[in-house]
Design a protein around this ligand. Structure first.
Ligand code: SF4
Length: 376
């Protein structure tokens, strides 16, 4: 059946017509989609785009998270993970710690390492070069997704280096791709409340533009469920879409639902399951030029991660391994998922699971991955 014949509402048919004719939707369409009660029409359009890109494939990763320090100069109100130097819970990973963790994860067969941390003034670029080289030495072909735009900007400042030199050195040491963190929401008024010391949205986009120019492919995120309005969401998505038109460097967009426990920000906008569905599906439709939409099962829970695959999502995140950042903010999901769990999650939703790293190249270890001490 033709897409437009599946739809019940004229305004949705008009949006579907644009999609079918490769015309980007406009701001008015975007606001309409974010407020609609007609999520079935919305889902049909988002699914059409998802299927055009990926058919019934849903990607998942087998990875580990490595947070090298929780000490952070910025102490953003939105953050439940960071602390000050000298705090009882402060840590910095030594290279022995890194070696031990990565060696353990190697035995269990990971494909990817995801590295982010706080902005610690005492950690110079040499620390990060050594960290990356240590990992590369232990698992030469592991896919390393490392450091947010906020961290790259900070490394440039602390080391008094041009941003391009920072990228060059860290690519040389082993970085393959960037996660998309630190984008939060671009509206400066809200940034002033949730992350006043963080780089601006303009600067975040500029760092990403540089990363793309250097040949790196990256994620992009958007933090929602705090103070944002639908206009802020649309503004955020359209700015990402514009940069993508220039660079084509974003491979994945990841909406992140904010959890406010243990943070200094009180959510004024508690999103419902309906909001989640609208945000993911509308993102799929608005960001027609970004191939993947990721819903992190660990943020949203297993069932919502299943539902969202029918609303444009083609990537459900990864196994992780002692995830710390979202759990510090009160996520109630487990901090690890076995490969068998992720396969079940995808198959039970009616899709075909594909194990891949952040480059979306299919991987297979022959055996299903689980972490020591956990059930398959
Ligand atoms: S969100 Fe990032 S930059 Fe902000 S305090 Fe936490 S670790 Fe630091």
């Amino acid at each position: 059946m033709k897409l437009t014949d599946k739809l019940t509402e004229p305004a949705m048919k008009a949006i579907a017509d644009k999609v079918l004719n490769h015309i980007p939707v406009n701001r008015e369409d975007a606001l309409f989609m974010l407020a609609t009660g007609n999520i079935l029409d919305l889902g049909a359009i988002a699914s059409h785009i998802r299927e055009t890109f990926h058919q019934k494939k849903t990607y998942y990763g087998v990875n580990m998270n490595l947070n090298y320090t929780n000490v952070c100069e910025l102490r953003c109100p939105l953050c439940a993970f960071s602390c000050d130097q000298g705090d009882k819970k402060a840590f910095i990973l030594s290279m022995d710690d890194v070696e031990e963790r990565v060696t353990e994860a190697k035995k269990e067969g990971i494909d990817e390492i995801h590295i982010v941390g706080g902005l610690h003034p005492g950690l110079t670029i040499e620390y990060f070069e050594t960290l990356l080289k240590t990992i590369r030495h232990i698992i030469p072909d592991v896919h390393i997704v490392a450091f947010t735009a906020v961290e790259y900007d900070y490394f440039a400042t602390v080391n008094n280096l041009p941003l391009k030199d920072v990228f060059e050195r860290l690519i040389h040491a082993g970085v393959n791709a960037l996660p998309g963190g630190g984008a939060e929401i671009f509206n400066p008024e809200i940034r002033r409340i949730i992350a006043p010391n963080k780089i601006s949205g303009d600067r975040w986009l500029e760092v990403m533009r540089t990363a793309h120019d250097m040949g790196l492919r990256t994620n992009a995120t958007m933090l929602y469920n705090h103070r944002e309005t639908n206009e802020d969401i649309v503004d955020h998505l359209f700015r990402l879409r514009s940069l993508q038109e220039e660079t084509n460097g974003f491979k994945t967009f990841v909406p992140l639902q904010f959890h406010d426990e243990n943070t200094a920000v009180q959510s004024k906008r508690k999103s419902s399951g309906y909001d989640d569905v609208r945000i993911y599906a509308a993102s799929r439709i608005i960001l027609h030029n970004i191939p993947h939409i990721k819903a992190l099962w660990m943020y949203l829970g297993e069932k919502m991660a299943q539902v969202l695959q029918w609303f444009g999502v083609d990537d459900i995140g990864a196994t992780y391994r002692n995830e710390k950042v979202v759990h510090a903010a009160g996520a109630k999901t487990p901090d690890f998922g076995s490969e068998a769990f992720l396969i079940r999650l995808v198959e039970n939703a009616g899709f075909r699971p594909v194990r891949a790293a952040a480059d979306y190249q299919e991987r297979s270890s022959g055996t299903l991955y689980t972490m020591k001490g956990h059930l398959p």
